[in-house]
Design a protein around this ligand. Structure first.
Ligand code: NAI
Length: 302
C-alpha cells in the first residue's frame, strides 16, 4: 500500500529552501494541505523576505497541490503560534509538524559571540518548542499527530566550530525524548532525523559534484515514512542521506556496582574503569524511570 496524506494538514518550517522545500512538496504531492513557513532570510538567519515561501507555494499549486505561505520567524512564541494558526485558519487543523527551520553561525567557541549562540538556540530549539507548543493540544485532542525534529550529527557527535549548533541540535533529542512520554499513548508520535544533504547551508563545505547523490529527497523519503498513519515509531533518531538510513540510539553499559555502604574512592573508580566503561551488553532504556528501576534491580541482585 502506498503512503497517502489525503485529508492531512502538514506544517513544514523553513520550507522555503533545501530540505524543508523538498518535504513540503512531497506532502503536497501526496495529498496533504501544507503550510510553507519560511522567514526568507540568509543562512545566518538574518533579514527576511516572503519570496522563498511564496515560490515554494507556487511550485506546489502549479503542480495541482494545496499550500499556503507563512513568513513568521519560528524563533518567537508569537511566530510559532501564528504558524500553527495559519494551518488552522486555512485548513482547519494540523496533523503533521516538521520542525526544520534552521540557521548557522560557525565559529570556534573561543571566538564566538554569545549572541550567535543564543540565536541558534532560539531558532533550532525554541523554534521547535514554540511550534510544537502551539500544535500539541490540538494533536492530543485529535488523538493524531506526527512531529519530526531536525537534529544533526553535529549535535549527536560534535563538530569543530559548532558549539552553538551542536548544543541546539542535541537539545532537540532531549525535547523529543520527553515529548515521547507524553504523546505516544495519544497517537502523537515524535521522532528525529539527522540529515545529510547538499543545500545552501552545506554548499560551502560540500562539492557541487555531490548534488545528485546528496539530494534532499533522500531525507524526505524517511520523513514520509515517519509521518505516515501506518508508522507507530516514536522516539527514533535516524541518520539519513545519500541512500543511507541508520538508527541512532543512546545505550547504557551494564555498569559496575561497588558493594557495601562505603562510597568508593576516586582511586577505586580508576581501578574499575574497565568494568564501568565495558559496553558489552549495553542497552537502551525507554525512559529515565526505567534506568532507576534497573539500577535498583542490580543493587538488589548484587
Ligand atoms: P537551508 O538553509 O536551505 O534551509 C533552512 C531554511 O530555514 C531556510 O529557508 C531559512 O530561511 C529558514 N529559516 C531560518 N531561520 C528561520 C526562522 N527563524 N524562521 C523560519 N524559517 C527560518 O538549509 P537546510 O540544509 O535545508 O536545513 C534544514 C534543516 O536541516 C536545518 O534545521 C538544518 O540545521 C538541518 N540540517 C541540515 C543538514 C544538511 O546536511 N543540509 C545536516 C544536518 C542538519
Amino acid at each position: 500500500m502506498s503512503i497517502s496524506f489525503d485529508g492531512r494538514v502538514a506544517v513544514v518550517t523553513g520550507a522555503g529552501s533545501g530540505l524543508g522545500r523538498s518535504h513540503a512538496k512531497y506532502f503536497a504531492a501526496n495529498g496533504a494541505k501544507v503550510v510553507v513557513n519560511d522567514l526568507g532570510g540568509s543562512v545566518a538567519g538574518t533579514g527576511g523576505s516572503s519570496k522563498a515561501a511564496d515560490e515554494v507555494v507556487k511550485e506546489i499549486t502549479d503542480a495541482g497541490g494545496k499550500a499556503v505561505a507563512n513568513y513568521d520567524s519560528v524563533a518567537t512564541e508569537e511566530g510559532g503560534a501564528n504558524i500553527i494558526k495559519t494551518a488552522v485558519d486555512n485548513f482547519g487543523k494540523v496533523d503533521i509538524l516538521i520542525n526544520n527551520a534552521g540557521n548557522v553561525r560557525d565559529k570556534s567557541f573561543a571566538k564566538m559571540d554569545l549572541k550567535d549562540f543564543i540565536s541558534l538556540m532560539d531558532v533550532h530549539l525554541m523554534g521547535a518548542v514554540y511550534c510544537t507548543k502551539a500544535a500539541w493540544p490540538m494533536m492530543l485532542e485529535n488523538r493524531y499527530g506526527r512531529i519530526v525534529m531536525t537534529s544533526s550529527a553535529a549535535g549527536l557527535y560534535g563538530t569543530h566550530g559548532h558549539t552553538n549548533y551542536s548544543s541546539a541540535k542535541i537539545s532537540l533529542i532531549g525535547f523529543m525524548n520527553a515529548l515521547k512520554q507524553e504523546g505516544t499513548s495519544k497517537n502523537v508520535l515524535v521522532n528525529s532525523v539527522a540529515p545529510m544533504a547538499l543545500t545552501r547551508m552545506t554548499e560551502e563545505v560540500m562539492s557541487p559534484k555531490l548534488a545528485p547523490k546528496m539530494k534532499p529527497e533522500y531525507v524526505t523519503a524517511l520523513i514520509g515514512w515517519l509521518c505516515s498513519e501506518e508508522s507507530t515509531l516514536a522516539g527514533e533518531i535516524i541518520e539519513a542521506g545519500m541512500g543511507y538510513y541508520s538508527k541512532v540510539q543512546i545505550v547504557e553499559a551494564p555498569g559496575y556496582i561497588f558493594k557495601g555502604d562505603e562510597v568508593p574512592t576516586p582511586e577505586q573508580i580508576r581501578d574499575h574503569w574497565g568494568d564501568i566503561s565495558d559496553m558489552t551488553g549495553a542497552q537502551p532504556y525507554p525512559g529515565a524511570d526505567d534506568v532507576i528501576r534497573a539500577v535498583f534491580g542490580k543493587l538488589k541482585a548484587s
